[in-house]
Design a protein around this ligand. Structure first.
Ligand code: GLC
Length: 572
């Protein structure tokens, strides 16, 4: 705790310099939170970021060269999408070797150098671990299918009929008709929850559990800081169930966590479990399963609240979200590499989302919408800022999807989810500064249209302007990082009569922050009941200006279209 040096003489006119001193006024800081609780995560795929050798595909050497950019942006951790050898029929989520690097992205040495370079800058690295399934090209599956008495036969889930586990939902609805696929080699069916070229591993087999831990250990020994564990609800199958979130699956995950805690304390596990809050909660266990989990149900409701100009979808889902154990954390996101998933909404809500955000049917995929943030928000800077403002101030650790910090667009014509995975746009020159290759040999065409193309939207031009989206993103990240309350504080909603305004109080130790968001396209006035904080002044966190002291009357604020405020409360 820093000591108070002198008292400000004119509290209502506290100036810039005094603010720093106010910022440390009588703060009782709680114990330092674990790193992931205060992190700002940047999601990126090596192949999309920067191509260092001119072969048209991004690589680890390229990613390492762009670490300065990421450090300057202010992020503190990188989540890397799968970079292992793979036939790339699901962008690497179809792994053929868990202990190496796909040659397109470089070598294991390149990965290690990248990891060291990130660590030198204080940036942590979270890698992807696909536990549920492998590629059908993986040697384990090749062996398993080679004959029914092969020792690896039991590493996957085989059946003589395709009628077991009836009623289990199909996830990739647009491509798959069944969760069973016929193997002409060994003449049985194998189980797969995703594409049919991604056979599910059999977690009832202790050898599989052992080997997957050894794989994780391989990367932990190298120094990675954590894993995003892909598709975890589906590890174990049982007849007569949905084959999701089973106690046996939780037992497998707890076993991994126990090993992690024993051998690699301080490392982190993040769950990809696209489930309702009540089913998500068990993934934290009693603090003995995952450290973090994505809050899937919240994300579409932020888009819904914005379109409806009503806070209800957001407050409702957060009220339904059970508390999580100490040391655990939600991961919040607006967009990622997949379709904007609408699995965790009701049918009516899904229809609404499709009508409002994906009128063109080509934008829909499976149960979701394959678009990036800027196009979803009509490229409206105010809405992009508001959504990022909520992302950074609701309880959890925010994830920024690469390119969204500059407002990149998407290309629905590219098929599957490839339209949101186009090359990073660095400048207005050759291939947008992504690669020196011939444009025809890029792994994906760049965005070219006059609104979102690389000549209009790129890092180089946005770096030059203080008011670009990129500069604004840097600022909000900085402000967020200045207050641990965002990462670890409690949340309490205020319910002003004006339902177009979403207001909440975040609190940690002695620090209290008030956040007020106008979800509407029109200006709004709102009266907040802040009686409890009578006598406090409000300090707006971006401009560091003082707002009037809270008195006996409801606190009146006016907000412009899609405007939001973050205020620190101070009693001086
Ligand atoms: C996860 C990934 C997705 C992938 C799927 C199958 O949902 O996010 O991209 O296709 O798992 O591995």
């Amino acid at each position: 705790m820093k000591l108070l040096r002198s008292k400000p003489r004119h509290p209502p006119f506290v100036g810039f310099a005094d603010f720093y001193f106010l910022g440390s006024l009588n703060l009782v800081m709680p114990q330092t939170a674990p790193w992931y609780q205060d992190a700002i995560i940047y999601q990126v795929h090596a192949r999309t970021f920067y191509d260092s050798n001119g072969d048209g595909v991004g690589d680890f050497r390229g990613l390492a060269q762009k670490l300065d950019y990421l450090q300057d942006l202010g992020i503190t951790a990188i989540w890397l999408m799968p970079f292992f050898p793979s036939p790339l029929r699901d962008d690497g989520y179809d792994i053929a070797d868990y202990r190496s690097v796909h040659r397109n992205y470089g070598t294991l040495e390149d990965f290690k150098s990248f990891l060291d370079a990130a660590h030198q800058r204080g940036i942590r690295v979270i890698i992807e671990m696909v536990l549920n399934h492998t590629s059908d090209q993986h040697p384990w599956f090749q062996e398993s299918r080679s004959s029914r008495d092969n020792p690896k036969r039991d590493w996957y889930v085989w059946s003589e009929t395709d009628t077991r586990y009836r009623g289990v939902r199909i996830i990739f609805l647009d491509t798959e008709l069944s969760n069973w696929a016929w193997d002409p080699v060994s003449k049985e069916y194998y189980w797969h929850r995703f594409f049919s070229h991604q056979p599910d591993l059999n977690y009832d087999n202790p050898a599989v559990r052992e080997e997957m831990w050894n794989v994780m250990k391989f990367w932990l020994d190298m120094g990675v800081d954590g894993f995003r564990l892909d598709a975890v609800p589906y590890l174990v199958e049982r007849e007569g169930t949905s084959c999701e979130n089973l106690p046996e699956t939780h037992a497998v995950l707890k076993e991994l966590r126990a090993k992690l805690d024993q051998q690699f304390p301080g490392k982190m596990l993040l769950a990809e479990a696209n489930q309702w809050p009540a089913d998500l909660r068990p993934y934290f266990g009693n603090g003995d399963e995952f450290h973090m989990a994505f809050h899937f149900p919240l994300m579409p409701r932020m888009f819904m609240g914005l379109k409806l100009e009503d806070r209800k979808p957001i407050t409702e889902i957060l009220q339904q979200t059970p508390a999580i154990p100490d040391g655990c954390q939600w991961c919040l996101f607006l967009r990622n590499h997949d379709e904007l998933t609408l699995e965790m909404v009701t049918d009516m809500e899904r229809d609404y989302m499709y009508d409002e955000y994906a009128r063109d049917k080509n934008m829909r995929l499976n149960l979701g919408i394959r678009r990036r943030l800027a196009p979803l928000l009509d490229n409206d800077r105010r809405r992009i800022e508001l959504m990022n403002g909520m992302l950074m101030s609701l309880p959890g650790t925010p994830i920024i999807y690469y390119g969204d910090e500059i407002g990149m667009g998407d290309n629905v014509n590219l098929g599957d989810r490839n339209g949101v995975r186009t090359p990073m746009q660095w400048d207005g020159g050759w291939n947008g500064g992504f690669s020196a290759a011939d444009p025809e040999s890029l792994y994906s065409p760049l965005m070219l249209n006059p609104v979102y193309g690389f000549q209009a939207v790129n890092v180089h031009s946005q770096k030059r302007f203080e008011h670009s989206l990129l500069s604004w993103m840097k600022r909000i990240i900085k402000v967020r990082k200045s207050a641990p309350v965002f990462g670890s504080g409690s949340i309490e909603f205020l319910y002003p009569a004006n339902h177009r305004v979403l207001a909440y109080i975040r609190q940690l130790g002695n620090e209290t922050v008030l956040i007020v968001n106008n979800l509407s396209s029109a200006a709004q006035a709102v009266e907040l009941d802040l009686k409890r904080y009578k006598g406090n002044i409000l300090i707006e966190m971006f401009g560091r200006n003082i707002f009037p002291r809270i008195g006996d009357l409801p606190y009146l604020l006016t907000l412009g279209s899609y405007q939001f405020y973050w205020f620190r409360l101070r009693r001086i």
